[in-house]
Structures are given as structure tokens and as C-alpha cells.
Design a protein around this ligand. Sequence first.
Ligand SMILES: [Zn+2]
Ligand SMILES: [Zn+2]
Length: 444
Amino acid sequence: MMRFTKSLLASVALCSLLSLPARAELDVAKLKTTIEASVENDYPKLDALYKDLHAHPEIAFQEVKTAAKLAAEMRAIGFEVTEQVGKTGLVAIYKNGDGPTIMVRTELDALPMEEKTGLPYASHDKTNWNGRETPVAHSCGHDIHMASWVGTAKTLVGLKDQWHGTLMFIAQPAEEEIAGAKAMLDDGLFTRFPKPDVGFALHDGASAYGTVSYRVGIGSSNQDGLFIRFHGRGGHGAMPQNTIDPVMIAARFVVDVQSVISREKDPTEFGVVSIGAIHGGTAGNIIPDNALVVGTIRTFKPEVRTKMLAGIERTAKAVAAMADAPPPDINLDAGAKAVVNDPAVVATAEKVLKAAFGDKIRTTPPNTTSEDYSEYVNAGVPSMFFNIGVYEPERVAAARNGGPPLPPNHSPLFAPVPKPTIETGVTAMALAVLSAFDQRARGP
Ligand SMILES: [Zn+2]
Ligand SMILES: [Zn+2]
């Protein structure tokens, strides 16, 4: 008896020494089946929510009705909801004993564009944006994210005997304007509410539904806006000698700035500058007194970004100096930083996701698009941002083999297949969150 007690004590001591709590491995196959059954059961509700959100989209910082719908859903599941965090954002908390806080983020906003999918639940809504009436559409699929977010919350609450800690579900406004994450943080997201130990977010895209892709390290690009106003001296188009022509200066800039990419940047590193708009002048015979060039700058690495910004600024000053014009007004507006996935969070989730999804989970190169989820990462939340597909696998395969191209995010024809997309979103996200709780419960 004595000996038994001694060896028991010894083994307890050994356990605590090695941080090995007596906790069984997650039974992923069983969990996946349970989650899938729960989603299947909830799907009619999620489908109705998705189609309602899709038909009535709202753009950045106008997401009042959208936020109210999500708040009602989360309260019905049992979350404590705080509204108007960062203008239209919301924070939903569910406490389930001692343990880590895990954050799951969705976006609320749609895009100022017309939907042309012809779907029965297509948006015909319009809104006022920058003083003009504009159609609104969920052409980035944030409605898919919202439905998956609600479905994940419901699923995790249903599985609350499997985890302990706090769920922190946040719905963020204005992702498309790269402003909502910052608005929520500035409004005390991590001071009025717990600062999460781990964070997750997902985004849909034009790949096959049922697939999940992710990346360790850099997952999306740094984004900087480019606004340069070239000044000249206006006058008659027939007497250019009396003018300084800002249209010509702008045109030279648009061409010459690409040499920063092709000659100054290391060709093996990602970096792109695109000019999306030039505004200047009114009529063919008037040389205007200024011209505005608007663009976007994307990079992955900070050192490449610094080099490109310097080259772009130098080129703008040089083309103005060349025409003997006054210096231009240069505004290279810092937007989103790259989302960097945490290796430890990814390693934990990846094990579970691979067991659940097999060869349908894969790693991908980083996206050249940008995301303000990076704000949470840079505020100190180790995270995993992953992608899910939205189209029939056969259509994706056909497109790869030269068939009709599939409409990407931000296309007026972007049209996810709701059921398998949302089901994958919920299953992958619920498993990722469970893996993080499980990892924390096991200790380092
Ligand atoms: Zn978007
Ligand atoms: Zn998006």
C-alpha cells in the first residue's frame, strides 16, 4: 500500500514536472462527425441568415442592421453581447470556466458595387456613399463569414463539455476600408474586454468548396495607398510654352514609377505598384494647373516596402523637377500591414485540420491582397488566418484547364455556393478553436 502511494505520488510529480495532464488526445474523427451533424441540423437557420445578410448588405461603418442581426443571434445562443464597439462593431463573450480566451473574428461590411449574379437572393439595395447613391453588394463574401461565425458559436456552445475558457467572438466593421479593426482597438477592444490568448479568422475565395488553405508566416500583403498631386501652371493648350503641364508630369510618373519595381527592387521579392486613377483637367484645349494620381502599393516584407516607398517618392519629386514644376504633394498612406500567422497556433490547428480534412487542407503562397486582421496580430494576439473555397470542385477544375474563369472576390458575379461553403467554414473554425483550447489545457 505504502509502495503504491509512493509510486502514485512519484508519477503525479513526474506528470506535473513534464506538464503532462491526464488528458486524452482530441478524437478528431468523432468531433468532426458531431460538428457536421450539428451544422446540418442548424443549417436551415444559417441559410436564412446568410441569404438575408446577402440581400441586404451594408457598407463600411453603416452596418447597423447587420450588427443588430448578429447581436440577436449571439444573444439567443447565450453570449453576452456589447454593441457599438468601434462604431458599428460588436463583441460577444461566452464564459465557460477557467481557461484561455480564444477570439474569432468576422467582418460586417459589404462593397459599394452592383451585384450581377442574378441569384434569387441577390442584393438590389442602394446607399449613400461619399455623397452619392451607390448599389451595395456582398461581393467579398463577408456574409459567408458572418453565417460561419454564428454557426461556429452555436457549435462550440453545443460542445462546451469539450473545452474550458472564454469565447470572444468579434464582428468588425469596415474591413474593406482597412479601418474597422483599428476602430475597435481604439475603442478598447483589448482593455474593456479580455485580450485573447489566440485569434482566428477565415476568408472565402474562388477555390473549391470543402477545401481549407493557410500559410505559416506572412499570409497577406502590406498595403499602402498612393495619392500624389502634381502641380503645374494652367493655360491654353495651343501655348504650352506658357504653362507647366501637370498631365504630362503625371503620365511620366505613371510610367517611370514601374522602374522602381523592375530596377530597384530585388526581382525575387514581391512588390507591386498599380495606378488605379488619374484625375486632371476638363477640356482638350485647357492645360490644367494640377493632376492627381491615385494608386496602391503592395509588399510582403518591411524592408521591401521601405525601399519601394522611398523610390516612389523620389520618382514623383524627380518628374516634377524635370518639368520645372513645384514639388508635388505626396501622400503614401499606410494601410493594412501583412497578416503574419503564428507558427505555434498554426502547428496546433494544422494537426487537427489535417486529420479532419485530409488532402483538402493545403498550404498556399501568401495572398497579394490585404487585411486589417493584421491589427489584432500586431496588438499581440498570436493568430491563424485561413481561407475556404466557395465553388463546385468541378467548375474549379474546369477553370484550371482553360474553361470559363471563376468570378473572384470583388467581382459583380462572385457567387459562393452557400451550404458546403458555410458548413466547411463552421467545421474548420470550430476544430481550430477546439485545438487551441486543447493545446492550452495540455500546457506548453
Ligand atoms: Zn474584399
Ligand atoms: Zn474580404
